[in-house]
Design a protein around this ligand. Structure first.
Ligand code: NDP
Ligand code: BG6
Length: 490
C-alpha cells in the first residue's frame, strides 16, 4: 500500500505558466498531489508569464488543457475546486527587473520559514536573469528552491554559463536540476533491483555481462516543439540527460546509502569514466538518422522536414556504442539508442549475460539464447529475466526461451504518481537526490561535446529512415559487426 507523506505548506511559482510543460505536466501534477491529499491547505500556486491574463482566465486555461491531456473522469469536482482556488496568475516579464515583481511578491506568503519554489518552465536562456531578478525583487528566502528544466545549455560552455549565472544568485543546495526520468517509478527501482537483492551484484560486471543496451524509443515526432528540437536533436535532447542518467544507474558502484550526494558522487564517476570520442571512433560508433514520411501504428505521418517546413540536419535518431573505462566494465559495450517516430514506444534496459561456456545439449534441442535481464521502464513497466527452460512433456529434449516475469500492472494495482508529481514533492521536501548536481550536468556535456565536435567535422551524415521503423540500418550494423543484435523481444 502506498503511503502519503504530507509535505510542509509551500508557495510554488511556475514561470512559463502558459507554456506546454506547465499546462501539460506541472499543473496536472500539482492537481493530482492535491487530490491525493499530499498538498496542505495553505499552499499557493502562482502562474507567471508575459501573457496578460487574469486569474479566472488562467484557471480556465489550466482546466481546458487538463481535459485535453487527461481523461475527464480524472477530475473530481470537489478536489478540483479546492485545487484551482489555490491557483492565481501574475503577468510578468521575468527578463525585466522593473516588471510586475511587486505584484508577484504580493501573491506570496510572507510568513517566515515557508517553503518557496520557483519553477523555471522557461527558455534556458532566461535562467540567469530570472534568478537575479528573484533576488533583486527580495523574493529569495533561506527556504527558497529554484527548479531548472532541461536542457541546461547546448554544450559544456553554455551549461557552465547558465550554472554560473544561477550560482551567482542561489547556493547549490537551492538548485534542483530536473531530469524527469529520475522521477519515474521504474528508474527509481533500478537502485533497489541492483542493491536490495543479493543475487545481482556478484554478476554485475565484465566477467558475467556481455553487453548492455539502453533504448528510449518514441512513436511521436517533434510535433509542436519542432522549433526547439531542431536546434537540439536527439543527442542533446535525450542522450545528454535521460540516457546517460540511466547508464549511470546501471553502471555505478554501490553507494553507501541513498543520501543525495552519496549517489551523485557515484554517478559522476561513471560519467568521468566514459571513453571520449575521437572523429574516427564517432564515425564508427555513432549513427544519426532523421525520419522521413512513413506510417506509425498504421497512421500515415509526414517526414521531419515536412513537419518543420524546411531542410534540416537535426538527428531524430541516434545510436551510440559507448564504453565505461573502469575495472568493472572493461570490455563491456553500452549500446544506446533513442529516436522519434519509431515502430513502437519503448524504454528498456537490457543486460545481456555471457553465453554459457559449453553447451551440454545437442543442436536438435534448439539454440541456446543468452540470459537477459530486461528492465522495462515504459510502457508495460516490469522486469523480466529471460532464461532457457526445458519444454515440458515427452518428445525429446526441447528448449524454450521464457521469461520470469514481474509485471507492474499485475503486481501493483494502485495508481502510482507521474514523474513530475514525485519530483515536485521532492523539491518541496528539499530532497536533492532525484536531481542533477552541477558537476553531473557538466560531465555529461563534456562527453557529448566530443561527439558533437566529431559530427561537426564529418559534414553531417544524417541517414534517412522511414517513420514507423527502427531507425537507419546502420544502427543494426553497429551491433551486427560485433556479432550482436538489438533485443526486440522473443
Ligand atoms: P513553451 O514555449 O511552450 O513555453 C514557454 C513559456 O515561457 C510560455 O509560458 C511563455 O509565455 C513563457 N515565457 C517566455 N519568455 C518569457 C519571459 N520573458 N517572461 C515570462 N515568461 C516567458 O515551452 P515549454 O513549456 O515546452 O518548455 C519550457 C521549458 O521546459 C524549456 O526549457 C524546455 O526545454 C523545457 N522542457 C519542456 C518539456 C515539454 O515537454 N514541453 C520537456 C522537458 C523540458 P508568454 O509567451 O506568455 O510569456
Ligand atoms: C523530454 C524530451 O525531455 O523527454 C522530449 O525533450 C521527449 O523530446 C520526452 O519526448 C520523453 O519523455 P517521456 O517521459 O515521454 O519518455
Amino acid at each position: 500500500m502506498s503511503q502519503l507523506i504530507p509535505v510542509e505548506p509551500f508557495d510554488c511559482v511556475v514561470f512559463g505558466a502558459t507554456g506546454d510543460l506547465a499546462l501539460r505536466k506541472l499543473m496536472p501534477a500539482l492537481y493530482h498531489r492535491w487530490r491525493d491529499g499530499q498538498i496542505p491547505e495553505n499552499s499557493r500556486i502562482v502562474g507567471a508569464s508575459r501573457s496578460e491574463l487574469d486569474a479566472a482566465s488562467y484557471r480556465a486555461l489550466v482546466r481546458e488543457k487538463f481535459i485535453e491531456f487527461f481523461p475527464k473522469e480524472e477530475i473530481d469536482e470537489t478536489a478540483w475546486k479546492g485545487f484551482i482556488e489555490r491557483v492565481s496568475y501574475c503577468p510578468l516579464d521575468v527578463d525585466k527587473a522593473d516588471s510586475n515583481w511587486p505584484r508577484l511578491a504580493g501573491e506570496l506568503d510572507a510568513a517566515p520559514g515557508k517553503k518557496r519554489v520557483f519553477y523555471f518552465a522557461l527558455p534556458p536562456s532566461l535562467y540567469g536573469d530570472v534568478a537575479a531578478n528573484i533576488v533583486k525583487a527580495g523574493l529569495k528566502t533561506p527556504e527558497t528552491a529554484v527548479v531548472l528544466e532541461k536542457p541546461i545549455g547546448s554544450d559544456l560552455a553554455s551549461a557552465r554559463a547558465i550554472n554560473d549565472a544561477v550560482g551567482r544568485s542561489f547556493e547549490e543546495r537551492q538548485v534542483f536540476r530536473i531530469d524527469h526520468y529520475l522521477g519515474k517509478e521504474t528508474v527509481q527501482n533500478l537502485l533497489i533491483l541492483r542493491f536490495a537483492n543479493s543475487i545481482f551484484e556478484p554478476v554485475w560486471n565484465a566477467s558475467a555481462i556481455d553487453h548492455v543496451q539502453i533504448t528510449v524509443n518514441e512513436t511521436v515526432g517533434a510535433g509542436s516543439r519542432a522549433a526547439y528540437y531542431d536546434k537540439s536533436g536527439a543527442l542533446r535532447d535525450m542522450v545528454q540527460n535521460h540516457l546517460l542518467q540511466l547508464l549511470c544507474l546501471v553502471a555505478m558502484e554501490p553507494p553507501l546509502d541513498l543520501v543525495a550526494d552519496t549517489v551523485r558522487d557515484e554517478k559522476i564517476k561513471v560519467l568521468r569514466a566514459l571513453r571520449r570520442f575521437t572523429a574516427k571512433c564517432a564515425d564508427e560508433d555513432t549513427v544519426r538518422g532523421q525520419y522521413r514520411a512513413g506510417s506509425v501504428n498504421l497512421e500515415p505521418v509526414a517526414g521531419y522536414e515536412e513537419e518543420l517546413g524546411g531542410p534540416s540536419r537535426a538527428e531524430t535518431f541516434v545510436a551510440i556504442k559507448a564504453h565505461v573505462d573502469n575495472w568493472r566494465w572493461a570490455g563491456v559495450p553500452f549500446y544506446l539508442r533513442t529516436g522519434k517516430r519509431m515502430s513502437e514506444r519503448k524504454s528498456e534496459i537490457v543486460i545481456q549475460f555471457k553465453d554459457v561456456a559449453h553447451s551440454i545439449v545437442g543442436k536438435e534441442a534448439g539454440k541456446l539464447a543468452p540470459t537477459r535481464l530486461v528492465i522495462r521502464l515504459q510502457p508495460d513497466e516490469g522486469v523480466k529475466l529471460l532464461l532457457m527452460t526445458k519444454e515440458p512433456g515427452p518428445g525429446g529434449l526441447r528448449l524454450r526461451y521464457v521469461p520470469l516475469n514481474l509485471s507492474y500492472a499485475a503486481t501493483f494495482t494502485e495508481r502510482y504518481p507521474d514523474a513530475y508529481e514525485r519530483l515536485l514533492m521532492a523539491v518541496v521536501r528539499g530532497d536533492l537526490g532525484l536531481f542533477m548536481r552541477r558537476d553531473e550536468v557538466e560531465a555529461a556535456w563534456s562527453w557529448v561535446d566530443g561527439i558533437l565536435e566529431a559530427w561537426e567535422n564529418d559534414g553531417g551524415r544524417v541517414l534517412p529512415y522511414p517513420a514507423g521503423t527502427d531507425g537507419p540500418n546502420r544502427a543494426a550494423v553497429l551491433l551486427g559487426r560485433d556479432g550482436r543484435e538489438w533485443f526486440d523481444g522473443v
